[in-house]
Design a protein around this ligand. Structure first.
Ligand code: 6PG
Length: 479
């Protein structure tokens, strides 16, 4: 074979990655279950580079130079297994197969084991940036063997987005499921970020009394500062957009039931299993879920709430600034929770994920790309063992300065009856983490009371139980 790389699965993500590879001068074998898509790709974009169309899996595999590099871009779940089952017998030892879909990391671990038995390197690669990113530069998070990374590196570095300093937004994340795990957390953070931004919008609308066009201006300004990010930029664009049908603000004609394909839910399910509190992501998933419960919402629509008019103009401007601070601090806390989760999984699975590398890879191409991620990268580069971003002097200083405004914004939201689950959960997390003592002590005492579940003491080592039903003396447990 003569093709340097093959792409099978030519729906929009696969097609755009194939074009991206071809545009960078690589000869790309292309294959799809139904041949029409392969033909359409070559007819529509053949002039962009060198494509080798293949009608069958056998033809596809034969078109590749060895060791082969195959990118599988089909739907996660059963379709991915079907394609891998078809490919496996055709591959040779040392070949590299990449799954660039949004697979669950547990599936990736299973597939990696199976293919490893045949001597084939399986790489679960998170790819972020949507259709546009796939074509012009995504963020790529590959997990697999170092040998596989060495084979893929030149290709991935070519097609990945480039950060402001020119570095490609891809790196070896770790073995087996590490790449898809990190992509999953990326999506969880994406959910949290979107939720926080939409809460900020809601406050500007209903407490500050701003119209969408004006809120667009506010976001545009914020986007030139420390909140500079893709999601803030597209939010400004969306809010400035008028519905061509009615002329009304576009955001007002979109049905307010948020859907999800499930990666945010996976993040929360996994975090629960790891015992890591990712309240920002969880609240975002829950808020989407609540928004879809139409009957429940209709039945609750008449319940009483405060009737407060929007703030006066001067107060509104002041409030808008408080929201910027609340948004920034909450974003920091939510991202920090994501890193906590990656650290826990890395320890659990022995992945050796470098936290700064993840931040570096997310600086460009992906949905959560943001100027702020370069500072996260720098913080972890200075201290890879940083237990929280708030232990970094720079971030701690910013959040310390923001916290009075953060509280005011949340309090004002509560007074006006505007739900801010993301902003308030982030603040609660911040306050819980900085508190010297937590009410968890009382929870432990309750557990001991009704279930003899025992407790530890602050002043002495050992495990204890109080004889609540008897004379309430204390005994050492297990003695
Ligand atoms: C990305 C996106 C991408 C997808 C989301 C949408 O990184 O490019 O995250 O993977 O658009 O998964 O997720 P929901 O449909 O769950 O909102």
């Amino acid at each position: 074979g003569t093709a340097q790389v093959g792409v099978t699965g030519l729906a929009v993500m696969g097609r755009n990655l194939a074009r991206n590879l071809a545009r960078h001068g690589h000869t790309v074998a292309v294959h799809n279950r139904t041949a029409a898509r392969t033909r359409a790709l070559v007819e529509g974009f053949g002039h962009e580079g060198a494509f080798v169309p293949a009608r069958t899996a056998e033809e596809f595999v034969a078109a590749l130079e060895r060791p082969r590099r195959v990118l599988v871009m089909v739907r996660a779940g059963a379709p991915t297994d079907a394609v891998l089952d078809g490919l496996a017998p055709l591959l040779d030892e040392g070949d590299v197969v990449v799954d660039g879909g949004n697979a669950h990391f547990a599936d990736t671990r299973r597939r990696e084991r199976r293919l490893r038995e045949r001597g084939v390197h399986f790489v679960g690669a998170g790819v972020s940036g949507g259709e546009e990113g796939a074509l012009n530069g995504p963020s790529i998070m590959p997990g697999g063997s170092p040998e596989a990374w060495a084979a893929l590196r030149p290709l991935l570095e070519d097609i990945a987005a480039k950060a402001a300093d020119g570095a490609p937004c891809t790196a070896h994340i770790g073995p087996d499921g590490a790449g898809h795990f990190v992509k999953m957390v990326h999506n969880g953070i994406e959910y949290a970020d979107m939720q926080l931004i939409s809460e900020a919008h809601d406050l500007l609308r209903h407490v500050a009394g701003y119209e969408p066009a004006r809120i667009a201006e506010v976001f545009r300004t914020w986007g030139t500062g420390r909140l500079d990010s893709y999601l803030i930029r597209i939010t400004a664009e969306i809010l400035a957009h008028a519905d061509p049908v009615t002329g009304r603000p576009f955001v007002d004609v979109v049905a307010d039931a948020a859907e999800q394909k499930g990666t945010g839910r996976w993040t929360v399910q996994t975090a629960l299993d790891l015992g890591v509190p990712v309240s920002g992501i969880a609240e975002a998933v829950l808020a989407r879920s609540l928004s879809g419960h139409t009957r429940l919402r209709e039945a609750s629509a008449g319940l009483p709430g405060p009737h407060r008019p929007p703030l006066a103009e001067e107060d509104a401007a002041y409030f808008a600034d408080q929201i910027e601070q609340a948004l920034y601090a909450s974003k920091l806390v939510s991202y920090d929770q994501g890193w906590h989760m990656m650290r826990a999984a890395s320890e659990e699975y022995g992945w050796g994920i470098d936290p700064g590398t993840v931040a570096a890879v997310w600086r460009g191409g992906c949905i959560i790309r943001a100027a702020f991620l370069d500072r996260v990268r720098a913080a972890f580069a200075a201290d890879p063992a940083l237990p929280t971003l708030l232990a970094d002097e720079g971030f701690a200083g910013e959040v310390g300065e923001a916290q009075p405004a953060w509280r005011s914004a949340v309090a004002e939201a509560v007074r006006h009856g505007v739900p801010v689950p993301g902003l308030s959960a982030a603040l609660a997390s911040y306050d819980a983490l900085r508190a010297g003592r937590l009410p968890a002590a009382l929870v432990q005492a309750q557990r001991d009371y009704f279930g003899a579940h025992t407790y530890r003491r602050t002043d002495r080592a050992g495990v204890y139980h109080t004889l609540w039903g008897g004379d309430r003396s204390e005994v050492r447990a297990g003695s």
